[in-house]
Design a protein around this ligand. Structure first.
Ligand code: SF4
Length: 454
């Protein structure tokens, strides 16, 4: 434990989460004409869709998402109409496509009504069809589905959703009070039970956050045990991403109420231990899946992929992002929509896709993205496969990274043998540090833009 904490002291630094490579910090202005050019070149295969619904009723102080506070129904109605327009615009440009994965995130997508989802799925059906076995997922705020006896959850199932993710973060009332997210354990447990009865067949996920104000090891153990008692199929255990220079509301969290770096790491290890003892397996540092869950099997057989929503078994070469701030990944590049709602609406009114920024990948970006994503998803890189894919010798191509790699090997974060780079169990805890070695844009000047790695 002592040497683990020593590693923590030296390795805990601001680092990207690598949901994309190059990271969003490198993206620049990109317009709809460029996006359309790239859309015209996507293959004929299935696509993944991400819908962003930015509205929330109140602001949780730790929140790092793109959120618009809203209590007016008419704003949501207008937004749904805009999404329908965007579906139609994209659909008419790429032609009929099968969908293998669809995800609604936010914000709070469950602020929308069942009839909104019916309208959106109806528009979708004019341009897309769901593939057999498609994953249709939505983030659920238990506070928005608690008062109606499960009616809204049943509506989601009726519309077609088959996976839901419950936002919980922490079950302790004092922690909740400090972050202004009041959600009783009864509320979480009841909505979870309804969801089980309704049977979302692809499963139920729960999201937790460690590093919040007033969290102690004892309290967070209780949170982890509360969650294990519910028995979700997957658990996401995220580190509180402290970025007050980007999210000013986080400044309302008093520094002295936050756990120290070492305490924060102990919170993580305590929860992790409870999940492992309960039969979950780790996927990367921050995701856990029940043994036998499809993601756990995907880790074993090397089919695990990663996209903006986390780990997936259905990585598509085309992820289309719809809604304000939504991000798409066409493999050739990343494309993000307008961040400002009036500008987003204006583009659609002018029959333009609301593209705002992004990045077209260079050949070198593709090589490094492959290495980073492979290590994050499989914890192992096969140098021969790398050669087959890029016609490059790994050791020669990454000669400059050798010194940093040797340090990881000496620290027992990485093992190198018979043409493989493999992350050790300890290396998996510091996977962001290890993969940052292959990030060509990563330098001291970019560091303060990211949250701490642990
Ligand atoms: S954490 Fe979720 S519910 Fe809270 S403000 Fe952020 S997006 Fe909204």
């Amino acid at each position: 434990m002592d040497d683990l904490l020593a590693d923590l002291r030296s390795l805990n630094q601001p680092l990207p989460r690598y949901t994309s490579y190059p990271t969003a910090a490198e993206w620049r202005h990109v317009n709809d004409v460029t996006y359309e050019e790239h859309l015209s070149r996507i293959g004929r295969g299935p696509v993944s869709l991400y819908f962003h619904v930015p509205f929330c009723e109140t602001m949780c102080l730790y929140c790092g998402c793109s959120v618009i506070l809203n209590r007016k129904r008419e704003n949501e109605e207008r937004y749904v109409q805009a999404l329908q327009k965007e579906i139609a615009l994209i659909g008419s440009k790429i032609g009929w496509r099968p969908i293998n994965q669809l995800h609604f995130g936010g914000g709070t997508p469950t602020k929308l009504l069942t009839e909104d989802f019916e309208a959106l799925f109806s528009t979708l059906s004019s341009f897309f069809t769901f593939q057999e076995g498609a994953e249709i997922a939505i983030e659920v705020d238990p506070r928005t589905v608690f008062t109606d006896g499960g009616e809204k959850l049943r509506g989601l199932k009726r519309v077609g959703f088959n996976r839901i993710s419950f936002g919980v973060q922490d079950t302790d009332p004092e922690v909740q009070e400090a972050v202004r997210r009041r959600q009783t354990l009864e509320m979480t447990a009841k909505t979870f039970q309804w969801a089980r009865e309704i049977d979302f067949e692809e499963g139920i996920n729960v999201d937790l956050i460690y590093g919040l104000p007033f969290q102690t090891e004892e309290r967070f153990r209780k949170t982890a045990e509360d969650i294990v008692a519910l028995g979700p199929d997957r658990i996401a255990l995220f580190s509180y991403a402290k970025i007050p220079w980007l999210k000013a509301h986080q400044k309302a969290i008093k520094e002295e109420t936050l756990p120290s770096t070492e305490e924060k790491f102990r919170l993580y290890l305590a929860a992790r231990e409870i999940f492992l003892e309960a039969g979950y397996v780790t996927l990367g540092m921050d995701h856990f899946a029940k043994k036998g869950d499809s993601l756990a099997l995907g880790l074993e057989n090397g089919t695990l992929g990663r996209n903006f929503q986390g780990y997936t078994l259905k990585p598509s070469s085309t992820l289309l992002g719809l809604g304000v701030t939504a991000i798409g990944d066409l493999t050739s590049g990343y494309f993000q929509n307008e961040k400002d709602l009036p500008t987003y609406y204006r583009a659609l009114e002018q029959n333009r896709l609301p593209t705002h920024r992004g990045l077209i990948l260079t050949p070198e970006d593709h090589i490094r993205r492959y290495v980073i994503h492979t290590l994050m998803c499989r914890f192992q890189l096969d140098k021969e496969l790398f050669f087959e894919k890029f016609n490059l010798h790994f050791d020669t191509h990454f000669a400059k990274e050798r010194v940093a790699l040797e340090q990881h090997i000496q620290r027992n974060l990485v093992q190198e043998s018979e043409g493989y780079l493999t992350l050790t169990p300890r290396g998996r805890l510091f996977v962001r540090n290890v993969v940052s070695t292959f990030d060509a844009y990563h330098s001291a000047s970019t560091l303060p833009r990211f949250s701490q790695s642990v």
